[in-house]
Design a protein around this ligand. Structure first.
Ligand SMILES: NC(=O)c1ccc[n+]([C@@H]2O[C@H](COP(=O)([O-])OP(=O)(O)OC[C@H]3O[C@@H](n4cnc5c(N)ncnc54)[C@H](OP(=O)(O)O)[C@@H]3O)[C@@H](O)[C@H]2O)c1
Length: 261
């Protein structure tokens, strides 16, 4: 205890204690790590994805009690209102939502079809918007709530073959800015986290990870090397916590220096 310096050992503006936080994509990669780390920060976490077995694996690493598993395909939009109602009836009003669920690809324009565009926008954009719409309702979210979209550096800069994925991530950046304006009166904040390359199941089979030459080039572009899921989870914790109570409509780039040059 160093009260003479105005500090106490309990000082922790990043705590999530008492907060109820939904994490989508919690069966894998960044969403899994985010769920685990939110629980370590004191939150009650609601895990959401399609694969129950992999969510149970995430669940086994959570700290504390009262966490929930919700098995759902987020592209079944009609089911979202009743799913959110179930969550609120179990844990009470929500304080935070991290939209991690997503898919990725490397696809040249000549192979892009409207079917692919539809698939990517449904999973990466529409699902996050529909879930946020429902969660942010007065009956479902506490004042001061925080909603985070997982965008990407591909929403900010370009790479060959990344137009389809990048379009979906750019859409989230635009959405967060205007939603921040719309919800400020209820002090509900919308922000994005934009990671650089993090090795997870989303990209382990993509050319830039499996081709040794491309992988090396990619690593060199990240001044601090490739990232880990916890690098992104820590950014999400900041945006979910009271420490960021004056931050809204922003894009927090977490990319080991990828975009600085
Ligand atoms: N890894 C990177 O380098 C990187 C970089 C920038 C941005 N991001 C973004 O970060 C987010 C998480 O990526 P990640 O690397 O953790 O990928 P990941 O390990 O492949 O995880 C993706 C998650 O999305 C869930 N998901 C996919 N479609 C779904 C659907 N229709 N309904 C419900 N859940 C669905 C998957 O769960 P189920 O299969 O169980 O449904 C899985 O839990 C994504 O939005 C991604 O675009 C990742």
């Amino acid at each position: 205890m160093r009260e003479s310096e105005g500090m106490t050992e309990a000082f922790n503006p990043f705590t999530l204690s008492g907060k109820k936080i939904i994490v989508t994509g919690a069966s894998s990669g960044i969403g899994r790590q985010c769920a685990i780390d939110c629980s370590k920060m004191g939150a009650t976490v609601i895990l959401l994805a399609r694969n129950e077995e992999r969510m149970r694996e995430t669940f086994s690493h959570l700290y504390g009690s009262d966490h929930q598993i919700i098995v759902a395909d987020l592209t079944v939009f009609d089911a979202i209102p009743s799913m959110v109602e179930t969550i609120v009836s179990r844990v009470g009003k929500i304080d935070g939502l991290v939209n991690c669920a997503g898919i990725s690809t490397t696809l040249p324009l000549k192979l892009m079809t409207t079917t692919k565009l539809d698939e990517f926008f449904r999973t990466n954009v529409y699902s996050a918007v529909e879930l946020s719409k429902e969660v942010s309702k007065k009956k479902n979210m506490n004042e001061g709530g925080s909603i985070v979209f997982l965008s990407s550096v591909m929403g900010v800069v370009g790479e060959s073959g990344k137009s389809l994925y990048g379009m979906t991530k750019g859409a989230l950046l635009s959405a967060a800015r205007s939603l921040a304006c719309e919800f400020a009166k209820r002090r509900i904040r919308f922000n994005c986290v934009s990671p650089g390359a993090i090795l997870t199941p989303i990209n382990e089979h993509l050319p830039h990870m499996i081709d040794p030459e491309k992988r090396q080039q990619l690593e060199e572009k990240h001044l601090l090397g490739l990232g880990s899921p916890e690098d992104v989870a820590y950014a999400c914790i900041y945006l979910l916590s009271g420490a960021s109570k004056w931050v809204t409509g922003q894009n927090l780039i977490v990319d080991g220096g990828y975009t600085v040059r």
